[in-house]
Design a protein around this ligand. Structure first.
Ligand SMILES: [Mn+2]
Length: 293
């Protein structure tokens, strides 16, 4: 079934982000404005959603299975549940209409999987999730430069984006050669290399207890069932911050709050979005050094 030209927005005046006066209509308009930039990162990917039908001040929940009342033109992919649970039909957003429909559903966060439907067992993105202690974005920036140095030595191209929270994501598009377990191993070796350079600043220990104010790199963001918030996706938080692509040159000057639903449309022609348009088509092969101890 073909997607419709126009999606009717129900209850368009519903306030989703009251602090920014972002109504459901304005959110759907935002998704339309960024569609060409978002779709390369959602197309073909099973997606988990954070929904908040009453806006950021109401109840929020993760939703994996597509709503049973989803129209027939919404594409889904069935993925067997790992345990004895039921299989899950995930939404796959490959067109503007699906983004608009998700906006109308008050899906406030889009979390695509690092796999595409034609090869679900071979991830195509490696993610370094940089989580600084609360309010220490500068530390996240310092670690991002460290990660980029290590990637440079390994000749791996990457993109950087704000998470819309307190940290940064470094995303490396890879050839689809390894499975989720192998990818998680590669991510662990990569984060260990980074932590090894500045153990005073970085920890890759999973337990927060061992962090002692250091920046956390969590390799478990890679592996079966992992997802990452899409570039340009807002966060379901009162400040309405958006996960936004940046280039290394501007890392020293940007702040996460520079990119919100209220202002981000002015930033779409910056270097970060241009870089990520290219990044969506790049694929590198993981070096042997990351695949074996
Ligand atoms: Mn994080």
């Amino acid at each position: 079934m073909k997607p419709p030209e126009q999606i009717e927005v129900t209850r368009p005046d519903k306030m989703l982000w009251p602090e920014l006066a972002i109504t459901k209509q304005r959110y759907v308009d935002y998704l339309d404005a960024v569609a060409d930039l978002v779709l390369p990162w959602t197309r073909g990917r099973p997606m988990t959603l954070v929904r908040a039908p009453d806006g950021v001040d109401g109840k929020r929940y993760f939703q994996k299975a597509a709503s049973s009342y989803a129209p027939g033109w919404i594409r889904t992919v069935r993925i067997p549940a790992p345990s004895a649970e039921r299989d899950v039909d995930y939404v796959v957003a490959g067109d503007r209409a699906t983004l608009a429909w998700l906006g109308n559903q008050a899906a406030l966060e889009l979390h695509p999987a690092p796999v595409r439907t034609d090869r679900l067992d071979r991830p195509d993105l490696l993610v370094v999730d940089i989580d600084p202690p609360e309010g220490e974005f500068d530390a996240a920036v310092e670690v991002a430069f460290l990660v980029l140095d290590v990637l440079d030595d390994l000749r791996l191209n990457a993109g950087v984006k704000t998470t819309g929270g307190k940290g940064l994501h470094v995303v490396i598009p890879i050839e689809r050669r390894v499975d989720a377990t192998e990818l998680r191993g590669a991510a662990a070796r990569l984060t260990a290399l980074v932590a090894g350079r500045r153990p005073d600043l970085v920890t890759d220990a999973f337990r927060k207890a061992g962090r002692k104010g250091r920046v956390m790199l969590d390799p478990s963001r890679n592996g079966a069932g992992a997802t990452i918030v899409a570039p340009y996706s807002p966060r379901a938080r009162p400040a309405g911050t958006v996960s936004f692509p940046v280039v290394p040159d501007e890392l020293g000057t940007v702040r996460p709050r520079d990119f919100t639903l209220a202002n981000v449309r002015d930033s779409l022609d910056r270097a970060g979005p241009r870089r990520w348009q290219d990044l969506a088509h790049e694929r590198v092969r993981l070096p042997a050094r990351l695949l074996h101890d």
